[in-house]
Design a protein around this ligand. Structure first.
Ligand code: FES
Ligand code: FE2
Length: 346
């Protein structure tokens, strides 16, 4: 599958659980495939290929039936969340065709921490069990407290690299009220099972001081496109944990959905206006920059990655390559990265 533009056999964040009521369905494009994401009447989230195997009508245009099956709007064929057909209404009995022998592809789904993750297997491995589980948010009883999702008109790699790029902040996110004079940064990095972590350190931005004097943060990245910032501190003597999760989910080769979700304990709700004010602005800054980048990429220029500021981007490419190789050969994935310190000015 060397010509597949997407990394497979991994979990992608598809939608937030709260956006999907019982009996609701929607059509999402994930990695260029139409996927019906829905919730049965019993509350179970499910994902099916959004193409009826009979004549191709999107199943998401149909209905969720009380018996926890999806009914196609064209001829009423019904499908269970595991993709098996449970009813073909036109059959009178005695025909050779059996509903149970017909399937539509179903995708493994996990709903946790308020998010619905979908496992996108490689072609030929659709029936194999997932190689891993989706990441957990390291906050007890994690519930999304604030979120923002924007569609970036760029390939996933540019969205991901934009997120891990440490040198753009003063230029892309600079504001008179959010300006830090560039200075030398030195950060320790260590490998993770499928990525790397900028190890725990005291953040430089004054805004973090909201979370106490002893505030510290770590930033993780794991394949395919999952970034966590885990901030800890203490407020009035109480330990607190705030986690920001950013995910990039490819819609197609030139479109990426970027979602940021913050989690914090309920009693810390007063920090919400800060995110409400800043969140869309910062994500919008990144979106505008990758869209501007398109104007150059149209001409397929040679690009550069330089030491040390672009080293995380180089790691991303190495991780992807190692993952694709292990998926193709069936060999266990071995993270090629080593613990190291990076220095740059920003
Ligand atoms: S197209 Fe779906 S039932 Fe005929
Ligand atoms: Fe950014």
């Amino acid at each position: 599958m060397s010509d597949d533009p997407f990394l497979r056999d991994l979990w992608y964040m598809a939608v937030q659980g709260a956006s999907l009521k019982r009996g609701a369905m929607r059509r999402e494009m994930l990695l260029g495939e139409p996927v019906l994401i829905g919730r049965m009447k019993d509350g179970e989230a499910f994902a099916l290929r959004d193409i009826c195997p009979h004549r191709g009508v999107p199943l998401s245009a149909g209905k969720v039936m009380p018996e926890n099956a999806v009914e196609c709007p064209y001829h009423g064929w019904r499908f269970k969340p595991d993709g098996q057909c449970s009813l073909i209404p036109s059959l009178v009995g005695g025909e050779a065709i059996k509903a149970e022998s017909i399937r539509v592809r179903s995708y493994p789904v996990r709903e946790q921490d308020g998010l619905i993750w979908v496992y996108m297997a490689a072609q030929g491995r659709e029936a194999a069990p997932p190689r891993s589980e989706p990441p957990r948010v390291p906050v007890p009883n994690a519930r999304p407290r604030w979120s923002e999702s924007q569609t970036f008109r760029c390939a996933i790699d540019h969205a991901v690299i934009g997120l891990m790029d440490p040198a753009h902040a003063p230029y892309v996110h600079g504001r008179w009220w959010w300006r830090v004079k560039p200075r030398v940064k030195e950060k320790r990095y260590a490998p993770l099972p499928t990525g790397f972590v900028m190890t725990r350190h005291a953040p430089s931005k004054a805004a973090y001081k909201l979370l106490g004097a002893d505030v510290s943060t770590e930033i993780t990245f794991e394949l395919p496109s999952i970034r966590f910032e885990n901030i800890t501190g203490s407020f009035l003597g109480r330990p607190i944990a705030v986690t920001g999760l950013t995910t990039c989910t490819p819609v197609d080769e030139q479109t990426t959905q970027v979602t940021q979700i913050f989690y914090w304990p309920a009693w810390l709700g007063f920090i919400k206006p800060f995110f409400w004010a800043m969140g869309p602005t910062f994500l919008g800054d990144d979106r505008r920059m990758v869209e501007l980048q398109r104007e150059g990429l149209k001409f397929d220029p040679r690009l550069m990655l330089i030491q040390d500021a672009d080293v995380p981007a180089m790691w991303y490419h190495r991780l992807k390559k190692a993952w694709a190789e292990s998926a193709a050969t069936g060999a266990p994935f071995a993270n090629p990265l080593k613990e190291t310190t990076l220095r740059w000015k920003s």
